[in-house]
Design a protein around this ligand. Structure first.
Ligand SMILES: Nc1ncnc2c1ncn2[C@@H]1O[C@H](COP(=O)(O)OP(=O)(O)OP(=O)(O)O)[C@@H](O)[C@H]1O
Ligand SMILES: [Mg+2]
Length: 399
């Protein structure tokens, strides 16, 4: 049968075709309904599964525990046997123990694995890499315990800072014992020498004067140690006020007047007058005084020392320049370390302890500033203290 094209507006009857269309329509409705039902079923099942999973996980790691971990100020994690992190404290993330939801630190992974065959907790001290990049490391102490039947709870103590402070302290104690040994030994020997020279007044006088020098040296070391530990203590220099750089420089120069006169060294102050910073007056005087006394100590007689003040944007620079022995770049890089003295300085005089510049550095850092050195062997040195400028005038006065 040939099917003519129906002419528009002319109804044509095609009984066989009508039947086919109808069944097709019915079939497609049925298929559509089935597919829809199937899809709804899938969605329903998936959402049920999700609900079950969340019920399960909330049962396994209750909300309260998750919130508790979020508040903890130590690294803490709950992990499943495949090392998936179920919950963790913020520090566990920031110290790099977790990556893409998994525990990644090999030492901690191992600790969790070792826990599996045990009933009690496991403790371990480790040196671990801090995150996936760089060579920074952390000293940690970790405790792994069972949490429920499947999970492990990891509590970590970050000991990196304790360890560092401990090293600094040990270093300091070793250095200080070494520095104190010399004058203490000398005091003993000189006392013996005085006893033996009791019949010779001139020798007694000589040894007594040397005893006095060693005594002064011991007093100096003690003073510097006290000053240094005060500066390193937390919250040092709380009493900040607006202080005049002119006054600080004048007082620091004044403290060195006797030595300068003895060595016939001119100490010349100059530069920008009427500058102010916020700080602790006495500590700043000690800092500038240390720079001037170094300049004097490491300069020849009849030379000149300049103390120049300048304004650099929002900062004040105090530069102490001498024409002394100077130092190499390697030495300059180390002069702010406690007890560091260049060989040249060591052989020239036994007077110093190598604490003066550490005190300067700590004082200036506590004032939000910095101290730098420029130096060349036999060409002198310039030490520059830079401090943030206090912009208003003191006590409402106009200078
Ligand atoms: N102006 C300077 N010129 C040359 N070397 C210097 C100068 N200032 C410091 N140094 C070097 O830096 C070292 C450390 O200085 P620092 O002031 O800390 O200790 P010190 O002067 O040896 O002893 P003290 O604790 O009594 O000040 C000095 O021993 C010296 O070698
Ligand atoms: Mg010094």
């Amino acid at each position: 049968m040939t099917l003519d094209r129906p002419v528009l507006g002319t109804p044509v009857a095609y009984p066989e075709q009508d039947m086919n269309t109808e069944s097709l329509l019915l079939i497609s409705i049925a298929v559509g309904a089935l597919a829809g039902a199937g899809f709804s079923y899938l969605v329903f099942t998936a959402s049920r599964q999700r609900a079950t999973a969340s019920q399960l996980s909330s049962w396994q790691v209750p909300e309260g525990v998750v919130s508790l971990l979020e508040l903890l100020e130590i690294p803490a994690l709950i992990v499943d046997p495949s090392h998936n992190v179920m919950a963790a404290s913020p520090l566990a993330y920031s110290l790099g123990f977790v990556s893409q939801g998994r525990l990644t630190t090999p030492e901690l992974v191992q600790l969790v694995d070792n826990l599996r065959d045990r009933e009690d907790s496991l403790v371990g001290d480790f040196e671990v890499a801090r995150g996936p990049f760089g060579d920074a490391s952390l000293s940690i102490s970790a405790t792994a315990s069972h949490y429920g039947v499947r999970f492990a709870l990891l509590l970590v103590v970050d000991k990196t800072e304790f360890r560092r402070l401990d090293e600094v302290r040990r270093d300091f104690v070793a250095n200080i014992s070494h520095e104190l040994k010399t004058p203490i030994g000398a005091v003993g020997l000189l006392a013996e020498a005085i006893e033996q020279a009791a019949d010779d007044p001139s020798m007694v006088k000589h040894f007594a004067s040397r005893l006095q020098t060693e005594g002064q040296r011991l007093a100096g070391i003690t003073r510097e140690i006290i000053e240094l530990s005060r500066l390193q203590a937390e919250g040092a220099l709380k009493s900040f006020e607006k202080v005049s750089i002119d006054d600080i420089v004048a007082q620091a120069i004044d403290r060195n007047r006797v030595v300068a006169t003895t060595k016939n060294v001119d100490v010349i102050a100059g530069g920008e007058p009427h500058t102010f910073v916020f700080g602790d007056f006495d500590s700043l005087v000690v800092a500038v005084d240390n720079l001037i006394s170094n300049a004097l100590q490491y300069s020849p007689n009849n030379s000149r020392i300049g103390v120049g003040v300048s304004r650099q944007r929002d900062c004040i620079d105090i530069a102490v320049t001498d024409q002394g022995i100077g130092m190499t770049a390697e030495e300059a890089a180390r002069v702010f370390e406690r007890f560091y003295r260049t060989d040249q300085a060591r052989s020239r005089t036994t007077g110093g302890t190598g604490l003066g510049l550490s005190i300067v550095k700590h004082t200036i850092q506590n004032h939000g500033g910095e101290v730098r050195v420029w130096s060349r062997p036999d060409n002198g040195s310039t030490f520059t203290i830079r401090l943030p400028e206090a912009t208003e005038y003191p006590y409402g006065e106009t200078p």
